[in-house]
Design a protein around this ligand. Structure first.
Ligand SMILES: Cc1cc2nc3c(=O)[nH]c(=O)nc-3n(C[C@H](O)[C@H](O)[C@H](O)COP(=O)(O)OP(=O)(O)OC[C@H]3O[C@@H](n4cnc5c(N)ncnc54)[C@H](O)[C@@H]3O)c2cc1C
Length: 377
């Protein structure tokens, strides 16, 4: 069978596209990672509450027989030449799906990277877990400094705070963000709920404040010095492929603007899905979320199949199934029908979602067990 579709990224979007193309064509899936990961559970793994085994699965075991996994990172896409650069190879493509997700944005910060602790991959989570455990062992009065008051920053802060508590250490927590509002997409009442929970744990949330310096140990933020701090960076994300050559419209964070069928304007043989794509609905770009990636990837795969058969493509109609963000003991979430959830119910739903969207029965069963317990501890 001739290789006809190249997919960059074996996360939710890339794998669903691969499955949708089963029996249609040969697929080359390019991803540097040997495993696919349930990213929403990363803060749980970083805090040592969830074993990493139940949030990962080898990509090779999930691919249909028509697909081959090339374990390499794509460094460049040339839309004019119709090639991708992966490792030291230049690979021509006939049809392409960009589903490489996103990576942490360090905004060219001069701080030592190996001490900044971003949380975007399974290895980041495992490293945070090990580093934080060592830090707790060695430190009399631990202090956690988190840059970024998005969901990742807040979830990670609480996961580590409760880890310190379980270890019998009183860990002070400071969470800073240069933007003036915490979780701006939430209504005021829900935002206040999150703030009240964080304050009740003693977390100091400093909005309108950036980290000014960090030497790997000591930091200054908003004029306040923090000594011997454990620093986590959750201040933003950007497009995962470093270079794109050719005409394409993008958002500031690099996401590719797509047409209604998820193809790129002017490049009918190139599609994007998941966190790599900027999908507009009712005048707003969809948030980065598992369900949009899952169904978007599947839809892009089906449209690629239609293109190959010479049939018209169909528009993607995203359905918002709601969201839940767990803060270790409590949660905030919105279900379809504008129903808000708080407390342990949301923690249960979070683990349930991690199980349902997981890739093996063992992983599903592990997550279900956590959902039934309704707590991390
Ligand atoms: C800490 C954290 C918590 C989250 N919590 C939630 C949540 O509670 N609910 C929710 O809905 N969403 C959550 N998200 C967002 C959600 O995980 C993403 O929206 C979703 O994973 C996007 O799927 P994707 O397939 O586009 O990308 P990903 O799942 O990120 O997969 C991208 C794949 O591309 C590969 N890749 C990266 N760069 C390259 C490259 N240069 N070349 C080739 N391959 C590459 C990666 O290895 C990866 O396998 C969270 C994300 C994070 C990081």
């Amino acid at each position: 069978m001739k290789r006809q579709v190249t997919i960059i990224g074996g996360g939710f979007a890339g794998l669903q596209a691969c499955r949708a193309l089963r029996g249609e064509t040969a697929v080359l899936l390019i991803d540097p990672s040997p495993v696919t990961t349930m990213l929403p559970a990363l803060p749980d793994v970083a805090g040592g509450w969830v074993p990493e085994q139940i949030i990962q699965h080898p990509i090779g075991e999930l691919l249909p027989s028509c697909a081959t996994h090339l374990q390499a990172a794509v460094s460049s896409i040339d839309l004019d030449a119709g090639t991708v650069r992966a490792g030291d190879q230049t690979i021509p493509y006939g049809h392409l799906l960009v589903a490489a997700g996103s990576v942490p944005n360090f905004y060219n910060s001069p701080f030592p990277r190996d001490r900044m602790h971003p949380l975007a991959t399974l290895s980041d989570a495992v490293r945070i877990r090990a580093d934080f455990e060592a830090y707790l062992r060695e430190t009399e009065r631990p202090h956690l400094l988190v840059a970024g008051t998005g969901y990742t920053g807040l979830e990670l802060a609480m996961s580590l705070f409760f880890r310190a508590k379980a270890a019998g250490k009183k860990c002070t927590v400071t969470i800073v963000d240069p933007t003036p509002i915490l979780l701006p997409s939430l209504p005021e009442k829900q935002r206040q709920y999150v703030l009240n929970f964080l304050s009740a744990q003693g977390a100091d949330v400093r909005l309108g404040v950036a980290v000014e310096s960090f030497d790997g140990r000591n930091a200054v933020a908003g004029g306040t010095a923090y000594e011997n701090t454990f620093f986590c960076w959750a201040a933003g994300s950007e497009f995962a492929v470093p270079e794109i050559k050719g005409q394409v419209e993008r958002l500031r964070d690099g996401r590719l603007k797509v047409e209604a069928d998820l193809s790129l304007a002017g490049h009918p043989n190139v599609f994007a899905a998941g966190d790599a794509a900027a999908i507009e609905q009712k005048g707003q770009v969809l948030r980065k979320a598992v369900n949009f990636a899952y169904y978007g990837g599947r839809h892009a795969g089906r449209n690629l199949g239609r293109r190959l058969r010479g049939q018209p493509t169909r528009p993607f109609r995203p359905m918002d199934l709601g969201w839940v963000v767990p803060f270790h003991e409590t949660s905030i979430g919105r279900l379809p029908g504008n129903i808000w959830v708080h407390g342990r119910l949301g923690v249960r739903l979070h683990h349930l979602m991690c199980g349902i969207r997981n890739y093996s029965f063992a992983n599903f069963a592990g997550c279900l067990k956590l959902a039934m317990k309704g707590t991390h501890t």
